[in-house]
Design a protein around this ligand. Sequence first.
Ligand SMILES: Cc1cn([C@H]2C[C@H](O)[C@@H](COP(=O)(O)OP(=O)(O)OP(=O)(O)O)O2)c(=O)[nH]c1=O
Length: 190
Amino acid sequence: MGSPKLILASASPRRRELIARLGIVPDAIAPAEIDESPLKGELPRDYAVRMAREKAMAVGGEGHILAGDTVVAVGRRILPKAEDEATARHCLELLSGRRHRVLSAIALRSPDGALREKLSETSVRFKRLSEEEIAAYLASGEWHGKAGGYAIQGAAEGLIAWIEGSHSGVVGLPLFETRALLKSAGFDIG
Ligand SMILES: Cc1cn([C@H]2C[C@H](O)[C@@H](COP(=O)(O)OP(=O)(O)OP(=O)(O)O)O2)c(=O)[nH]c1=O
């Protein structure tokens, strides 16, 4: 018997590319529209898991539904997705020269209603960023729409001194956790 059907509840091309590295092509892609505001006092990891779960619940269709959510946190503080340059600058100034965490949660809803979740946690440290480095990175535009105002899969990796955890998790879909979750749901993965 082949693998069950998979629906990827995501608008992110990066999640599609990452899951392809496991040899999986989703049967359908269905972006989840949900309210992504954190609750008052919500911890970063709780927020990431809740978002992944809500995305998996928001999408319909026949098959297993996989969703993910990636959150950048400094201590208990959840950084925004940078939609404008001022926000991106603010994030980069905050991340400069210090360690932060990237929480990447995934949720898989099975046709029988069962919901499985996993969380990947990665520590990342940027070098101390000079004004020139920040200005050049802002000019690249790569921060646009990214949690925490950077994308490790682009030029920002040249500014990252150290990472411990899951590189794919930082990009948006932790492959170790995703493979384990899909396998436990009966997917045929080599
Ligand atoms: C830190 C970091 C974030 N990001 C991106 C991934 C996500 O686009 C974004 C986190 O937002 P998410 O809400 O996790 O994902 P999304 O809105 O892009 O897609 P969807 O909800 O439809 O699945 O930040 C990177 O691409 N690279 C990085 O290094």
